[in-house]
Design a protein around this ligand. Structure first.
Ligand code: ARG
Length: 462
C-alpha cells in the first residue's frame, strides 16, 4: 500500500520503520467506531456544503459496505496498512474512487483516533458494567441463602467477632456497586467529541462539531482543540477505575483461596472451576482465583504504562500516544476475562456452613459479648473488658471455652454473672444482637440486601 503522505517524500519508508510505526494489528478492533465516526463526519461535511451532497452519500454508502464486509469477514485487514484509519480510507478510495479522497477534509487522524477510542471505550464501559452487574446479582442471590450462616469475622486475620456469610459477601457486593458507579462517571466524562479538533488547531472549513457529536450520540463537544487531540485522561481514568475493581476482586479471590484450604475449609469449588496437580493426587487447586490475584498486578501495570506514557508529553499529539491502545485494551480484556470466569465459579461454589460455624465457635469470638453482658448488668465497659480478659486467660489455662466454662469460675470473678450468661454469649445470640444498621444480624443484612436491590433497579444501561 502506497503511503498516504507519499507527496512529501522521495523514498519509501524503511520496512522496519513501517512495521514499528504500524498499529493496525491492535487498533483494528476499533473498526466499527472508526467507520461510525467517518459516517458522521461525511454526513456533516455534506450538510455544511463542504463537500457535495452526492459525494457525501457515496462516501457513506462506501463506508457501510466496508463495515458489512469487515463484519462478515469478506474484507480482511491489511497488515501493511499503518493503522485502522488509513486502512478504511484506502479501501474506500479503492472502492468509490476520488470521492473517497474527500472524506478526510477538515479532519486529522489525531482527532479521529481520539474519537474512535472514546467511542470504543464508551461501549466497553457498558459491556463491563453488565458483567459486573451480573456478579453483584449472583452475590445477592447467595447472600439471601445465608442470612443464618454464622462464620468468624476477622481483624488481623485473627477471629474477632461473629458475622454471617451473607454479611461477609455483601461487603463485596457494595464494593462492586461503587465500581459500577466509577465506570458510569468515567463514561460520562469521556462522552465528549474531539472530532473537529483536526490535527491540533481546528480548521478553516465551516464545520459543525455539535452535529457530528449529535450524530454519534455523544454528550457534547470538547471545548479546546489542543485538549481534544492530546489528552488520554479517559484511558487513565478507566484503567484506574478498573484497577480498583481488580483490587476488590483480588481480595475476594484471596479469601476464597484461604477458604478452600484445609485449614479453613469454608467452601468447596466445583470441579469445573478447580484444577489438579500433576504430581500430588490429593490436590484441588483454586487456580482461577489465584490467576485473578495475579492478573490484578497486570492491570495495575497497564495503568502505570498509561501514566508513564503521558508524563511530561508536550501538547498536542505525540506518537507516544499510540501506546495507549494496547495498555487500555489489555485492561479491558483482562477484566472481562476475570469477571466472566469468577461469576460462574462463585455461583457453583459450595458453602460449608458447618465448618464456618465450628470455626466461629472457637477463638473466644464471643468475648466482646461477654463484656457487653456485664455492661448490661451495670458495669462500666472497661471493667467488664478486664474481667472478660481474665476469664479468657482462665479458659486458656483450663483448655476450655467461654461457653463451657463453669458458672463458678464466672462468679468467682464477678457476682453479676448468672446462668443467663450462656445464652448471652451463644453464637446465635452474638450475631442476632448485632442488629445495628449495617450489622450482621439476619434482619440487618436483609435490610442492606433490599437497599442494594433498590439501587440496582434504578440502574440503566444504554
Ligand atoms: N495510529 C495513531 C495512534 O494510534 C493514529 C494517529 C496518528 N497521527 C499522526 N499524526 N501520526 O495514535
Amino acid at each position: 500500500m502506497a503511503m498516504m503522505w507519499a507527496g512529501r517524500f522521495s523514498k519509501e519508508v524503511d520496512s522496519r520503520v513501517n512495521d514499528f510505526n504500524s498499529s493496525i494489528s491492535f487498533d483494528c478492533r476499533m473498526y466499527r467506531h472508526d467507520i461510525a465516526g467517518s459516517i458522521a463526519h461525511a454526513t456533516m461535511l455534506g450538510e455544511q456544503g463542504i463537500i457535495e451532497k452526492s459525494e457525501s452519500e457515496k462516501i457513506i454508502e462506501g463506508l457501510k459496505g466496508i463495515l458489512a464486509d469487515l463484519d462478515s469477514g469478506a474484507l480482511e485487514f491489511d497488515p501493511n496498512a499503518e493503522d485502522i484509519h488509513m486502512f478504511v480510507e484506502q479501501v474506500l478510495t479503492e472502492r468509490i474512487g476520488d470521492s473517497g479522497k474527500r472524506l478526510h477534509t477538515s479532519r486529522s487522524r489525531n482527532d479521529q483516533v481520539a474519537l474512535d477510542l472514546r467511542l470504543y471505550l464508551k461501549d466497553k464501559c457498558n459491556d463491563l458494567s453488565k458483567i459486573i452487574f451480573e456478579l453483584i446479582e449472583a452475590i445477592i442471590t447467595t447472600a439471601q441463602e445465608h442470612y443464618d450462616t454464622i462464620m468468624p469475622g476477622y481483624t488481623h486475620l485473627q477471629r474477632a467477632q461473629p458475622v454471617t456469610f451473607a454479611h461477609h459477601i455483601m461487603a463485596y457486593a457494595w464494593m462492586l456497586t461503587r465500581d459500577l458507579g466509577r465506570l458510569r462517571d468515567c463514561k460520562k466524562r469521556m462522552d465528549y467529541s474531539p472530532l473537529g479538533s483536526c490535527a491540533l488547531a481546528g480548521t478553516t472549513y465551516p464545520i459543525n462539531r455539535k452535529r457530528t457529536a449529535e450524530l454519534l450520540n455523544m454528550g457534547g463537544v470538547m471545548a479546546n482543540s489542543l485538549d481534544g487531540v492530546s489528552d488520554r485522561d479517559y484511558c487513565i481514568e478507566l484503567a484506574s477505575a478498573l484497577s480498583i475493581l481488580m483490587m476488590h476482586l483480588s481480595r475476594f479471590s484471596e479469601e476464597i483461596i484461604m477458604w478452600c484450604s484445609w485449614e479453613f475449609k469454608f467452601v468447596e469449588l466445583d470441579d469445573a472451576y478447580s484444577t489438579g496437580s500433576s504430581i500430588m493426587p490429593q490436590k484441588k487447586n483454586p487456580d482461577v482465583t489465584e490467576l485473578i490475584r495475579g492478573k490484578t498486578g497486570r492491570v495495575y501495570g497497564d495503568l502505570m504504562t498509561l501514566l508513564s506514557m503521558m508524563k511530561n508529553l508536550p501538547l498536542a499529539y505525540n506518537k507516544d500516544m499510540q501506546e495507549d491502545k494496547e495498555a487500555i485494551f489489555d485492561v479491558i480484556d483482562t477484566v472481562e476475562l476475570c469477571i466472566t470466569t469468577f461469576t460462574p465459579m462463585f455461583k457453583t461454589m459450595t458453602v460449608l456452613k458447618e465448618n464456618m460455624r465450628k470455626a466461629a465457635a472457637k477463638g473466644f469470638i464471643n468475648a466482646t459479648d461477654c463484656a457487653d453482658y456485664l455492661v448490661k448488668k451495670g458495669l462500666p465497659f472497661r471493667d467488664a473488658y478486664k474481667i472478660t480478659g481474665t476469664l479468657v486467660a482462665r479458659c486458656i489455662d483450663l483448655g476450655t471455652t467461654l461457653e463451657e466454662l463453669d458458672i463458678k469460675e464466672y462468679k468467682r470473678l464477678c457476682d453479676k454473672f448468672d446462668e443467663d450468661v450462656y445464652k448471652a454469649i451463644s453464637l446465635d445470640a452474638c450475631v442476632n444482637q448485632r442488629c445495628s444498621e449495617g450489622g450482621p444480624a439476619p434482619e440487618a443484612v436483609a435490610v442492606q440486601v433490599e437497599q442494594l436491590k433498590a439501587i440496582l433497579r434504578q440502574y440503566d444501561f444504554d
